[in-house]
Design a protein around this ligand. Structure first.
Ligand code: 6PG
Ligand code: NI
Length: 186
């Protein structure tokens, strides 16, 4: 699992990595059931977000790094967001560095505690182990951030897939609002 030193160049405002080892794209159809409302048919299968990854061995000796580019948009009153996950190895923590746009980082423990932090250019958010995390684009332009986390963390999407997190980010007349998630029962 030895890796030679290397450099990657990031386009700060686009989140594009050169070179990129792996890119994944999530469309509305990949988010089925995660929003309270179903998307309008007119929205088609819109792109919601793109993740560019620097691939290194999935071991605690390494640090996984990626950029996420979240499109602006809404489904019903909810802003476009990532699926969100716990790390499979619950204790593994992560750091988010905001690069562009305006977002929120919604975090929650399995016990139901929650926290909401801002993602803006220059924000550094610490996601401690045991906290599920989801990013939300509350602005009208791209939200771009860089993430780094312990190599063997893995992703557990299933735990929050059905009920989501304790709170939602909705577009209210007076601005973005943190609302209780009516589907969350814990
Ligand atoms: C990670 C990071 C981050 C995240 C993306 C997409 O652990 O890899 O938290 O890179 O994966 O922002 O979000 P989802 O993984 O929840 O789809
Ligand atoms: Ni993560």
């Amino acid at each position: 699992d030895a890796v030679a030193p290397f450099n990657v160049l990031m386009e700060l405002d686009k989140g594009v990595l050169e070179p990129t080892d792996h890119t994944k794209r999530r469309h509305l159809s990949d988010m089925h059931g995660m929003y309270l409302e179903e998307p309008d048919e007119a929205a088609g299968d819109a792109l919601v977000y793109t993740v560019h990854e620097i691939v290194v061995p999935e071991s605690p000796d390494h640090i996984q790094c990626s950029t996420t580019i979240l499109q602006p948009g809404r489904v019903g009153r909810e802003f476009f967001m990532t699926k969100g996950h716990f790390h499979e190895v619950r204790g593994r923590s992560e750091v988010y560095l905001g690069l562009r746009g305006e977002g929120r980082l919604v975090m929650a423990t399995e016990g139901g505690d929650h926290a909401v932090e801002h993602i803006v250019p220059g924000s550094v958010s610490y996601v401690p182990g045991g906290w599920a995390h989801r990013s939300v684009n509350i602005g009208s332009e791209l939200l771009v951030f860089f993430a780094a986390y312990v190599g063997d963390a893995g992703h557990d999407y299933a735990t929050i897939e059905d009920e989501g997190l304790p709170v939602l980010l909705t577009d209210a007349p007076d601005g973005p609002r943190v609302e209780r998630n009516p589907r969350y029962t814990q």
